[in-house]
Design a protein around this ligand. Structure first.
Ligand code: PEP
Ligand code: MN
Length: 378
């Protein structure tokens, strides 16, 4: 059970003291205060943990300071939507708003290689009005003999270049706790010219210690990529690990699941789950068309499969796209075959705005119709 508290209630104020006193009648129940910052208001919730079936909801609802009482209907205590009253307020990081309404494109190379290529990428993004990028410094590779990423040593110049071109957030994968510390250090030393969204890759989707590490800091948001062999339930529980440590600024990313049934694609596209994640949780949802497809093959209509699947995610309401591009994909040190050239990226962005408009039109058409029908029926 979760009690959403009224706006002006203080965590140690008299209203909360009264609620705590009420729960002294239920010795097996523990209370946990959870606070998070939205753009327009901060939200305080009192989480009621333990056997709540005998707790009278109506009495709590009538108590001063209580705005709503939500019975937690699923296991996703922190990230779950639970109830229509739970409006997902999202979060703002470094001036960029993330919620279930937005759409941001994070484009860039799979792996950071040279300062020239990184600078060319940021410059191109700036020209196109994009303030969000992806850049891998720590790469989890299938073979130990493949390029493993430049690691900590590239961070200062990547961040400085990002700042030079007005890039606000870079999605960057971390493989161990030490990488988080290295990112903090580089941001600090360069004077925070940009922001970082810590990426949990599919291979670490159930690395619970790493999940707890990104969850136990609040400065940087987290991009959690679904485990390639995990169910939605398992992946959402993994996100719950992050959130239960205190960091609820999480974006959930679909990136395809491993199955021969996806062939000739690298993975089987799972973007049908975009609305499912939005229904089950309060998290913004990202799609990664690059890793689900794995090549730049196109259909007879001239559009690459990468465009088509990204469109499927966006037309279903995705809030973020993670897409790989490189100034010269043939020379990329990782995932060149699926990386868009800058010209292709420009076309990709145009295509995504067409599809985004279609999504908005769908929502306006059908939600208005449903509201009308409900009004007529009343
Ligand atoms: C990536 O986005 O750089 C990546 C390695 O993706 P995934 O973890 O989905 O394979
Ligand atoms: Mn890649």
């Amino acid at each position: 059970m979760i009690l959403i508290l009224k706006k002006d209630v203080q965590p140690d104020g008299t209203e909360v003291q009264k609620i705590r006193a009420f729960f002294e009648n239920f010795p097996d129940i523990n209370l946990k205060m959870v606070e998070f910052e939205g753009e327009t208001r901060s939200v305080k919730e009192l989480h009621v943990i333990g056997p709540t079936h005998n707790v009278p909801e109506e009495v709590l609802k009538a108590m001063p300071g209580v705005e709503t009482v939500v019975r937690v209907s699923t296991k996703y205590r922190q990230i779950g939507r639970h109830d229509v009253n739970f409006v997902p307020i999202g979060f703002t990081y470094n001036g960029i708003k993330f919620d279930q309404e937005c759409l941001h494109v994070f484009a860039g190379p799979c792996a950071v290689d040279t300062p020239e290529n990184v600078e060319a990428t940021f410059k191109k993004l700036k020209e196109m009005g994009v303030e969000t990028a992806r850049m891998g410094a720590y790469k989890p590779r299938t073979s130990p003999y493949d390029f493993q990423g430049h690691g900590a040593k590239c961070l200062p110049w990547v961040y400085e270049l990002a700042g030079k071109y007005g890039i606000k957030v870079i999605a960057m994968e971390v493989l161990r706790e030490q990488h988080i510390e290295e990112i903090f250090k580089a941001l600090e030393e360069t004077g925070h010219p940009t922001g970082v969204m810590l990426q949990i890759g599919t291979r670490n989707a159930q690395n619970f210690e790493l999940l707890k590490a990104v969850g136990s800091q609040n400065q940087l948001p987290v991009l959690y990529k679904r485990g390639m062999g995990l169910t939605i339930e398992e992946s959402l529980n993994a996100c719950e690990y992050i959130a239960s440590e205190g960091n609820r600024n999480i974006v959930f990313c679909l990136r395809g699941v491993k199955s021969q049934l996806g062939a000739p694609h690298r993975n089987l596209t799972d973007f049908a789950h975009v609305p499912v994640i939005k229904r089950l949780t309060r998290l913004p949802v990202c799609v990664d068309p690059s890793h689900t497809i794995g090549s730049k093959q196109a259909s007879p209509d001239g559009l690459m499969d990468i465009f088509h699947v990204a469109a499927q995610g966006v037309v279903a309401g995705a809030n973020m796209i993670l897409v790989e591009c490189h100034p010269d994909p043939d020379s990329a040190l990782c995932d060149g075959p699926q990386s868009l050239t800058f010209d292709e990226l420009e076309r990709f962005l145009t295509d995504m705005s067409i599809v985004r408009e279609a999504y908005q039109k769908r929502v306006n058409t059908w939600s208005q119709k449903i509201v009308r029908e409900m009004t007529e029926a009343a």
